[in-house]
Design a binder for this molecule. Structure first.
Ligand code: ADE
Length: 248
């Protein structure tokens, strides 16, 4: 998978060299290229923003550097493929695990990190003539720019690449993963020692009884979901009698 990131803060993406993603990057399994938007500015101050038409507070990112940046990234295409352009914005559609699963299938993603009040809207309109474009939000809060959301999305997408996670099963059990436990949050987890500061690990987890462990995990997932995200329970299909008792 190839990922291009255009930003005015390339240093923001240093964490992409850490951990499993860093290894995948070093091995060439993922090809991540970070570009400084200011390389496509030609004035003395490397200006990337200007005041908004129609008035109002803040600044808007100018279209010219963005147009050139995207043209340059696109010109470097391998074969016939076109990238999918992701524009992080609080005005975008909510980014979910389903989007991560969808995007992990793409051979090539480009992230356009806006700052200030956003990017001149003609940039997305123009880009849409040559590639699929989507605006995505990582949550109902406003960050200072698209860099942190891009890190979030790149991590969510790349950890689903086959071979990137040490244990492929660990993605299956995640909160929000597909399958039997989908729509339920993951319950609590424990490791050794079995007693720590007089606190014991739940006995069932030491029992070796896999059916009992599975049942306990489901109970805990139901309880945690009811506690932290009650609205998700409406999407849980096939609640049995025992589930209902746990939730009662
Ligand atoms: N840029 C600023 N806030 C954002 C958010 N919540 N999601 C995506 N991009 C953003």
């Amino acid at each position: 998978m190839r990922i291009d990131i255009v930003t005015i803060f390339p240093e923001y993406f240093a964490p992409l060299d850490l951990s499993l993603l860093g290894k995948a990057r070093a091995s060439g399994m993922v090809d991540i290229r970070v570009h400084d938007l200011r390389s496509w500015t030609y004035d003395r101050h490397n200006t990337v923003d200007d005041t908004p038409y129609g008035g109002g507070p803040g600044m808007v990112m100018k279209p010219e550097p963005w147009g050139q940046a995207l043209d340059t990234v696109l010109a470097d295409r391998q074969g016939e493929s076109v990238p999918r352009l992701v524009i992080p914005t609080p005005s975008g559609a909510p980014f979910t695990q389903r989007d991560a699963e969808r995007l992990t299938e793409e051979p090539w993603l480009v992230f356009a990190c806006g700052r200030y009040e956003g990017i001149d809207a003609r940039v997305a309109a123009e880009a849409a003539e040559s590639m699929p474009v989507e605006e995505l939000s990582v949550g109902d809060y406003v960050l200072a720019g698209g860099e942190a959301p891009t890190l979030v999305m790149v991590e969510a997408v790349t950890r689903l690449l086959p071979g990137l996670l040490g244990n492929a099963d660990s993605a299956v059990q995640d909160s929000f993963a597909r399958g039997e436990m989908s729509a339920l949050l993951e319950g609590p987890v424990y490791t050794k020692p079995s007693v720590w500061r007089e606190r014991e690990v739940p006995e069932v987890l030491l029992s070796g009884n896999h059916a009992a462990v599975d049942r306990w995990r489901r109970d805990e997932a139901l309880r945690r979901t009811a506690q932290n995200r009650p609205e998700l329970l409406a999407h849980v299909t096939g609640l049995d009698q025992r589930d209902r008792e746990v939730l009662a």
